[in-house]
Design a protein around this ligand. Sequence first.
Ligand code: FE
Length: 361
Amino acid sequence: MRLFFRPASPSAARSGISRRVAVAALSLAAALPLSAHAQQKVLNLYSARHYQTDEALYADFTKATGIKINRVDADDAGILTRLQSEGSASPADVILLVDASRLWRAETTGLFQPIKSTLLESRIPATLRGDQTAEGIAWFGLSTRARVIVYNKATVNKANVSTYESLADPKHKGKLCTRSGSHPYNLSLFGSMMEHLGEAGVESWLKGLVANMARDPKGGDTDQIKAVASGECQIALTNSYYLARLMRSNKPEDRAVIDKIGVVFPNQQSFGTHVNIAGAAVAKHSPNRDNAVKFVEYLASDQAQIYFADGNNEWPVVARVKVSNPALAALGEFKSETIPVKFAGRNQTKVQQILDRVGYK
Ligand code: FE
């Protein structure tokens, strides 16, 4: 697990003089009324977004507000474990995760505090956020990614892979590659499929996927795309931004991969393509709550939404935001699921049990 902390000012922490100044500033702060404490210009961000392009996003926020961001980077699971072990002593203010089920789980284990923000409620669709409760809403989707099918154009007929269900068709025996079934991206897809197919339906579907595997599940989404291009397998699942990243690459080896594969937005004639989110929440024990809310609201601004789209090839959640990303434009418009993303979360335990039963590694 990658876990490191970036202090706002490492040089200040190392310098004895600066430390004395910092201590003086702290004692001054202690003498100030509570409201002045809330004005502290700092924000502690625990982030599972590991995309370099997000740096500019954070820098712009600091420039506009004077609020410095201290960042802890880890994956979703690492962040949740850390929050749990830190308990009420946690310095975390804002949590960024990259999967709806994980956001749902963190909410149900009480790691977030609901917030009331008319701005967020008006900009972010109800299907892409946590439950509305009397205290507010615990998490908000900030960008969307579609889980699409890629296929080898030389060996697979596009019409035969037009739905998620079609991947379990016995005619695709030995052709399918996926990453681990227990990876959050797959768990959320399978959890959402349980809403569409029912428990028994999803079990026989997953059994069919296992029967069609070209090899044991391994690697990340990009590895699946490359395996389809190389002919190791013929069909795979990937999040859309990994595909868009290859589409925008100038490297000849990436161009060669893209030339060999086709992409399908599944289930356009039925319930639509499965969409997951990256989202944010305010931590339960946030010491800088006002700054935290300000930051989450900033992430829903037009400017930040454009960063998500251009930087990491995701779609904005704010519908009217216009983006100019050649890869997203090439992928085109598609019909996405309309069920709330949180539904994927509530099916997780059942999905994991099914994966164990059908031997999906
Ligand atoms: Fe990812």
